[in-house]
Design a protein. Structure first.
Length: 729
């Protein structure tokens, strides 16, 4: 055999070894005989098959593969293969989050191997760490795609098209064969389904499944945001038909099964533009000087047969979605705005938590169960706030009321004043016990008739909001405590302790503004965090500090494993008060009634699976809501290229500086490459970029002047240029 033939034979044997491992490791649960392996490797000649048989025998002898039965081979499963979820970063690298590992596994971009953000993947972890403190690995298999449809801009060529995805974490375009384009036109926003990603292809193959419309048009963009997260924007016809066919009348037969509270003074306090009212308060003074407060929640579960299409749809959605200009409800309108909405002067089926309390906010007795109620009046937060601020039961906007209606609303006004006094006592007690007071400013938009933003305003929580919040928290806490102490399976809303590393980072940032937090103990930490959040109220750095403080916190989730709620300072907490818009609350109602009826503890595994789904859907909804705000911010800013704005540096990365404009909270990025006066290096330890030649520093919390450079509505991204840095005294 010549040298050339020997080299070719050696290369063939090396390729054969790689091929065997590829076949066996691609499906490590199965075993294969030599014929199956030969077929997968394309070996059709006798010589090649004989080489394969010899190589299988050698690998078995070397204990590199297993012969599980005569002539059947299997991969040896190594411990360094793990299952996890891929979290991609904007840089193109990623991390795989694995439940039973403390550290996330770093995946460099060249080892992503066609996985997308959120995919469930198999990862091989290298024996030695290469990337700082995190282990490093490569993705070996995609076990489950997090999504199979993608939103983006369609570009058409002569014989094919390609999709430019809106999601910045999707690192590749999609190739669209001409037969998969349907009726879509060049430049339209479309939804594309992933058909396949051939092994040797750079891009996945897609198929247009829906045309959303022309980019920049309001409806198109809102539908695109929902579609990006796989969220629906209308109900299937069969669900609407089923809901519309429900008997929503109040019957004597059903009333007889419930506690009748229709004659107890009952009212709602909600935003002035609210369309559904899923909670109401009742107030009844008692002869002994105490009072009874009822927290009444729409009895959604009464209308939801667990085997119905309505149940399937509500579970699938798991939450209502609140975009800037609309609500995408969890339930059809016949329920969310009618049968389950506690509208004034209507009788409704409710699920209630009723407490006998004294003037110091102490609970003397409690009762949980199904009720029927009658709402005597509807108040907006503004009207309730006016009563609180003036300490008067005269409501200027409602002064035209006469007779019995006026008397009822005067009684409600008195009740609001009493309940506000008690709520303040309860809130102080909660704060003293270790709750964190997050009153983050919400950005809201004034929209014209075409849903275009014509102004920005900031929503803050006032006493009327806090009154309602306090009694909703009371109901949620006491329901969770009632079941929790019975040690039965239940749905909890939990919140873990803050991340210590993020607290240290927060300390470094707030020191620039003259603040500090005390991390000596849990009590000193919560006390100093509350002081910090109080001290920044109304100051330029408030939104930055609020945001960074929230980032130190763990994410609240639904689970059957109770560890308490750190942020609220509760040992037991659940969600009982909003079943119109949250599926977990429906679960809580069902479980509570089951246990009130004497039922045994239910299967925790089933409830846990539903809890995880609800948490996942809540995250998607939150992201969609955030994107709708970003979209409106860009629409608000798109014609303001000539204006200069004062902003605060709200984030620093190796590729850019994020700046939040103080007057309107719009955030954009200044690319490091656009800082032309020096070469800037990113310093992760100080959240800053530092000029190499002149030492100029841009750091988190610095105030800078910026102008608009460009915007991308599809990516929902603003680019700024820095025009100057505000000098500090």
């Amino acid at each position: 055999m010549s040298k050339r033939e020997k080299r070719a034979h050696k290369q063939f044997k090396n390729e054969l070894t790689k091929g065997i491992f590829t076949v066996l490791e691609n499906d490590r649960e199965k075993s294969f005989n030599y014929k199956q392996i030969a077929s997968k490797l394309g070996l059709k000649d006798t010589k090649g098959r004989n080489e394969l048989i010899k190589k299988l025998g050698k690998l078995k002898k070397e204990k590199r593969i297993l012969e599980v039965e005569t002539g059947k081979y299997k991969a040896i499963v190594k411990r360094n293969y793990h299952k996890g979820i891929l979290d991609l970063t904007s840089s193109g690298n990623g991390y795989v989050i694995i439940d039973d590992l403390e550290d996330d596994v770093f995946i460099p971009s060249h080892s992503i191997n066609k996985a997308f953000d959120g995919d469930v993947v198999e990862v091989y972890i290298f024996p030695r760490r290469k990337h700082g403190k995190n282990p490093e690995g490569e993705i070996t298999k995609i076990l489950e795609r997090s999504k199979t449809t993608f939103v983006g801009l369609l570009h058409l060529e002569d014989k094919f098209g390609f999709l430019r995805p809106s999601d910045t974490k999707i690192y590749t375009d999609f190739y669209i064969p001409i037969e998969n384009i349907s009726t879509a036109k060049h430049g339209e926003l479309v939804i594309v389904e992933l058909v396949e990603w051939p092994k040797k292809a750079d891009s996945p193959v897609g198929k247009v499944v829906e045309v959303l419309g022309v980019p920049g048009e309001h409806e198109t963009e809102m539908h695109a945001i929902l579609a990006e997260y796989g969220l629906p924007y209308d109900f299937p016809l069969e669900v609407t038909h089923y809901a519309n066919g429900l008997d929503t009348s109040i019957t004597e037969e059903e009333i007889s099964k419930r506690r009748d509270m229709r004659k107890v003074l009952t009212f709602t306090i909600d935003p002035k533009d609210a369309k559904d009212f899923d909670d109401a308060l009742s107030f009844e003074p008692l002869e002994d000087g105490n009072f009874e407060i009822g927290i009444h929640i729409a009895d959604v579960s009464y209308y939801m047969d667990t085997n119905s299409v309505l149940e399937e749809e509500a579970y699938s959605r798991a939450t209502s979605v609140y975009l800037v200009d609309r609500v995408v409800p969890m339930l059809p309108e016949i329920l969310s705005n009618n049968a389950c909405s506690l509208r004034p002067h209507e009788e409704k089926y409710t699920f209630s938590a009723v407490f006998k309390m004294n003037n110091d906010g102490q609970i003397l007795d409690k009762w949980f169960g199904r009720t029927v109620t009658y709402s005597d009046a509807r108040f907006s937060y503004e009207e309730a706030q006016s009563i609180i601020e003036t300490q008067s039961n005269i409501i200027p906007k409602r002064i035209s009321l006469t007779g019995e209606e006026y008397q009822v609303e005067t009684q409600i006004s008195d009740a609001i004043l009493k309940l506000n006094d008690v709520a303040k006592i309860m809130r102080k007690r909660r704060m003293d016990a270790g709750a964190i007071s997050f009153d983050k400013v919400e950005v809201k938009f004034d929209l014209n008739d075409n849903n275009e933003p014509i102004g920005v305003y900031f929503k803050t929580s006032k006493e009327a909001n806090k009154l309602i919040e306090e009694f909703m928290l009371l109901a949620n806490r006491k329901v969770a405590e009632y079941i929790g102490k019975q040690k039965k399976t239940f749905v909890y809303r939990i919140h873990d302790d803050p991340d210590e590393e993020k607290l240290m980072q927060l300390q470094g940032v707030i020191a620039k503004f003259g603040y500090r937090i005390d991390m000596k103990s849990k009590k000193s930490l919560t006390s100093s965090l509350n002081s910090l959040l109080d001290d920044v109220q109304g100051k330029k750095e408030q939104n930055l500090v609020d945001t960074l403080a929230i980032r130190t916190m763990s994410k609240a989730i639904y689970t059957t494993e109770n560890i308490g709620h750190y942020g609220l300072g509760f040992d037991y907490y659940t969600h009982f008060t909003s079943p119109i818009r949250r599926y977990p609350d429906v679960m809580v109602h069902r479980l509570l009634q089951h246990y009130l009826d004497g039922g045994s503890s239910v299967d925790a595994e089933i409830i846990e699976r539903k809890c995880k789904h609800a948490t996942d859907m809540e995250i998607l909804a939150t992201n969609a809501e955030r994107d709708s705000i970003k979209y409106m911010q860009i629409k608000y800013m798109e014609d303001r290229f000539d204006e200069e704005f004062l902003g605060v540096i709200s984030g620093v990365t190796e590729w850019g500086i994020y700046v939040e404009i103080i007057e309107n909270k719009c955030e954009g990025m200044v690319r490091v490459s656009d800082l032309r006066d020096d070469y800037y290096e990113f310093d992760a330890s100080t959240y800053s970029v530092v000029g190499e030649n002149f030492g100029k520093i841009y750091q988190l919390g610095d105030e800078v002047f910026v102008k608009m450079k460009s915007f991308d509505l599809q990516k929902r991204h603003l680019d700024f240029v820095i025009t100057g840095k505000k000098l500090t005294n």
